[in-house]
Design a binder for this molecule. Structure first.
Ligand code: GDP
Ligand code: ZN
Length: 462
């Protein structure tokens, strides 16, 4: 049980800067009194009042539209007042100060959404989806965030929790009647239910994984000798000229970051300084940053010149790469040797020995002529398991994936308890743990600490 706060909160709900309209949002018990003072009259529920917004002396400080939503039929579940004025920073700040002088306090980041959660207007996954919808970097991400906001994800999680509870009640009943326990557990009903829950958990996990990918994307690092064509590749992928391309080795001294979309999957690309021995200090810093970036990468793209062998300098770098990170070997500049773009496994190429220990693929392309770039994009989507279809994908966060994973773990362990030992009590405990893990997603079972972390990552006014 989380206590709802008693304060009346206020914030500018529209983005900072200038716009046609700007909104000051107020939520709490004083919203009505504030409305009366600012409008000079009692607002009608859900009615658009057009007129002046008054300062303390009854003089207009702006004019606009006021909307009043009495509790519980509002976003937060409390009395809510929306003052839609002109979208300039000075006017809005002035209006906000007026509202605060009338007894509201400045809202904390995410506090409106938190209030909505505390008043059961939204569950936690839905509240998070609001932030994800606002932050969405592609239409696919926005669509799936809306799906989560509308409760599709929560409904599936709630359904799973419900099934876990039902099954646990059944198993616990068996434990309470020990003479019948074996029959209960071996009649196939429990095993069947467990399998059903497990299958559904896997499906939800898969959808959530797509959601996390839509939200967080894939991160790749481009490595290779100076002049291999790393910057050219980054530019070809992004369609922009953000990295400097020159013939002078060592031009890219620091990391260049680029955000690209591949069919809705955000791709974070880092072009690094060549990882050769640095002669000056600036270059040295670039190299350190490159190694730090490599640690965080989902995949490394190693660029070498087509037709040339991997030289000892490349090899020394390849040997130092963390083996857990998969590689794609890019054979660039195929235009120089008259080849067609292609994608293949390294076994055919004889590079397997050199790249040993990594999961790897070879792509032949020309960064400069932009040949084979789509092939590389397709390959990156495939290796991340990014599904083309957006059907049924809902927005999710790493936090949700971890909870689903924990639930999967407990249901699988429970299944073993049943199969190997017919251990009803242990199974019941595993079911309870799985249920708790899932309840964290929707927030039925969540610490104040977690709530704090989630909502403070929102911006003010949400
Ligand atoms: P980096 O040092 O690895 O970042 O390499 P750059 O992208 O700066 O490229 C080095 C040089 O190779 C430049 O002159 C590029 O124009 C050239 N280059 C890059 N990619 C290709 C390619 O696919 N074909 C050809 N012919 N030249 C390329
Ligand atoms: Zn470069």
């Amino acid at each position: 049980m989380h206590l709802s706060n008693q304060d009346t909160i206020a914030a500018i709900a529209t983005a900072p800067g200038r716009g046609g309209v700007g909104i000051v949002r107020v939520s709490g018990a004083k919203a009505m009194a504030i409305a009366e003072a600012v409008l000079g009259k009692t607002p009608k529920p859900r009615y658009a009042h057009y007129g002046d917004f008054w300062d303390a002396n009854g003089k207009a400080l702006d004019q606009g539209i006021a909307l009043f939503f009495p509790n519980p039929n509002s976003f937060t579940g409390e009395d809510v007042l929306e003052l839609q004025g002109h979208g300039g920073p000075v006017v809005l700040q002035w209006l906000l100060e007026r509202v605060i002088a009338l007894g509201a306090r400045l809202a904390e980041p995410g506090e409106f959404s938190k209030q909505a959660f505390l008043n059961d207007k939204l569950d936690l996954a839905q509240a998070e989806a609001i932030a994800d919808l606002i932050d969405a970097s592609s239409q696919q991400a926005a669509k799936s965030a809306l799906r989560s906001l509308q409760g599709e994800f929560s409904a599936q999680v709630t359904d799973l929790v419900e099934q876990l509870i039902q099954l646990r009640i059944y198993v616990e009943a068996a434990i309470d009647f020990p003479e019948e326990e074996i029959d209960f557990l071996s009649d196939g009903k429990v095993a069947g239910q467990l399998q059903h829950i497990l299958d559904q958990l896997h499906r939800v996990f898969h959808s959530a994984q797509q959601g996390v990918l839509l939200r967080e994307g894939m991160s790749v690092v481009i490595l290779g000798r100076p002049n291999a064509g790393k910057s050219s590749l980054l530019n070809a992928l992004s369609g922009k000229e953000s990295a400097i391309v020159t013939d002078i080795a060592g031009t890219t001294r620091d990391i260049v970051r680029e955000e690209i979309q591949i069919d809705g999957m955000p791709l974070h690309v880092l072009d690094t300084a060549g990882l050769r021995k640095a002669t000056d200090q600036v270059e040295q810093i670039g190299i350190q940053r490159a190694w730090a970036a490599i640690e965080e990468a989902d995949r490394i793209l190693v660029v070498v010149q087509a037709g040339e062998d991997i030289d000892p300098e490349d090899q020394a770098i390849l040997d130092k790469l963390p083996k857990r990170i998969p590689l794609t070997l890019i054979r660039n500049k195929i235009d120089l040797i008259g080849l067609e773009p292609k994608l293949q496994s390294t076994d055919e190429q004889g590079d397997a020995m050199r790249l040993m220990g990594h999961e790897e693929t070879v792509v032949w392309l020309s960064a400069k002529q932009k040949l084979g770039i789509n092939l590389l994009k397709q390959h990156l989507k495939t290796v991340m398991g990014f599904a083309q279809t957006e059907e049924g994908v809902f927005m999710a966060r790493k936090r949700h994936l971890e909870a689903l994973q924990t639930a999967l773990h407990f249901v699988e362990t429970g299944q073993q308890q049943l199969e190997s030992y017919a251990a009803g009590e242990l199974l019941a405990e595993d079911l309870r743990q799985a249920q708790n893990a899932l309840s964290e997603i929707t927030g039925q079972f969540t610490s104040d600490d977690l709530l704090g972390r989630i909502f403070t990552s929102f911006c003010i006014g949400k």
